[in-house]
Design a protein around this ligand. Structure first.
Ligand code: NAD
Ligand code: UD1
Length: 339
């Protein structure tokens, strides 16, 4: 059986991807320092899939720990989720982000090089497009940076392109996620942010649950169909399935290629509020406030390269995203039990 190392596999997207990987017969080995996740997520993935997952609690920046993991297993590929991802925090603590995300990736890549593992799927982000001039966003659009978090993603992408240039035996899938939302349909795994959520979907579900009083919509005067911001929300299970397609693609020695993973459809904040009201059967109180600095009016992607090369497209619609997010939230109002 193929072993694949998943860094950050206890996290939101990592846990959903580990589940799809385990179900497809891949031997999953996770390394995670649990700085933004719970071991319980990995246990639940084992429960749903009926498959065991090897788990190492370690920091990817720890070269000795990474070496021990690579000595114990023969990996065919690495799926690299581990990283810090809060934009505001990255502005306040840029060095933490540079160290954790960039140094961590260098340490990981060096371990891969030593052990001749040259297949990598990397969690990049739509943030590498900065504030795009037009939509839909295509992979060949200019790349730019609007905050330190985004800089870590762009630097890592550039590092990976350099690595491939240095030795074309490296195969690297740069997956640029748009806005991952929702949860596994079992309601057993989902997004579990610390404290008050910054992102729209987890905020709305907390309002629906009654643990936050109302949603503040950041800006009602954007040049969009209803004045609110438009994004490309993608169901996290579709995203997880996209990683399986990327892992399969690595077997064809594709080189270093970037893919947009989104639905190709834009959804406004108000449309999301209405969809969540339908899913939970109650009104979501909201008020419209000033724009959030740094937000673009409209960001959605052209996902056709992923369809053409990977044979992948998102299948789940907005109603499924909301129904599944709501099921997870209702079953786990306080997230995972604290270990
Ligand atoms: P998450 O925080 O839930 O998962 C990241 C995981 O990495 C966590 O389990 C955390 O404990 C672990 N981790 C962080 N630093 C580590 C380190 N040094 N060593 C070991 N483990 C470490 O985040 P997520 O939403 O699942 O995101 C996964 C990846 O996808 C991240 O790289 C993120 O930047 C990227 N991404 C996320 C989104 C999003 O909206 N969720 C969008 C685009 C890209
Ligand atoms: C955020 C990140 C971005 C990351 C992306 C993917 C920021 C500034 N950017 O982008 O780096 O790649 O997630 O997950 O955090 N909104 C409200 N009220 C809220 C929260 C959000 O109106 O309480 C609006 C926003 O203005 C935006 C939309 O909802 O129009 C989505 O916001 P959010 O979920 O934070 O995602 P992004 O801003 O797209």
């Amino acid at each position: 059986m193929r072993s694949v190392l998943v860094t950050g596999g206890a996290g939101y997207i990592g846990s959903h991807t580990c589940l799809e990987m385990a179900r497809s017969g891949i031997d999953v080995v996770v390394v995670d320092n649990l700085c933004n996740s719970r071991m319980e997520a990995v246990r639940r993935v084992e429960g749903i899939s009926g498959k065991g997952i090897t788990f190492y609690r370690a920091d990817i920046c720890d070269e000795a720990a990474m070496e021990r993991i690579f000595e114990r297993h023969e990996f065919s590929s690495v799926v690299h989720f581990a990283g810090l991802k809060a934009v505001g925090e990255s502005v306040a603590k840029p060095l933490e982000y540079f160290h954790n995300n960039i140094t961590g990736t260098v340490v990981l890549l060096r371990a891969m090089l030593r052990h001749e593992v040259r297949n990598m799927v990397f969690s990049s982000s739509a943030t590498v497009y900065g504030d795009p001039q037009t939509v839909p966003v295509r992979e060949d659009f200019p790349l730019s940076v609007v905050n330190p978090y985004g800089r870590t993603k762009l630097v890592i992408e550039d590092m990976m392109r350099d690595l491939h240039r240095s030795d074309d035996r490296w195969n690297i899938m740069l997956l640029r996620y748009f806005n991952p939302v929702g949860a596994h349909e079992s309601g057993q795994i989902g997004e579990d942010p610390e404290g008050v959520p910054c992102n729209l979907m987890p905020y709305i579900t907390k309002v629906a649950l009654g643990s936050l009083p109302e949603l503040k919509i950041f800006g009602g005067d954007y040049p969009t169909r209803d004045g609110t911001g438009v994004r490309d929300y993608i169901h996290v299970v579709d995203l997880a399935v996209g990683h399986l397609a990327a892992l399969r693609k690595l077997e064809e020695n594709p080189g270093c290629v970037a893919y947009n993973l989104g639905t190709g459809r834009g959804c406004s904040v108000l449309e999301m509020v209405n969809a969540m009201s339908r899913a939970c059967g109650r009104a979501i109180p909201y008020s419209i406030v000033d724009r959030r600095p740094g937000d673009a009016a409209e960001v959605w992607c052209d996902p056709s390269r992923a369809m053409m090369d990977l044979g992948w497209k998102a299948e789940r619609d907005l109603d499924a995203m909301c129904a599944d997010a709501w099921r997870w939230q209702q079953k786990n109002p306080d997230g995972y039990p604290k270990d």
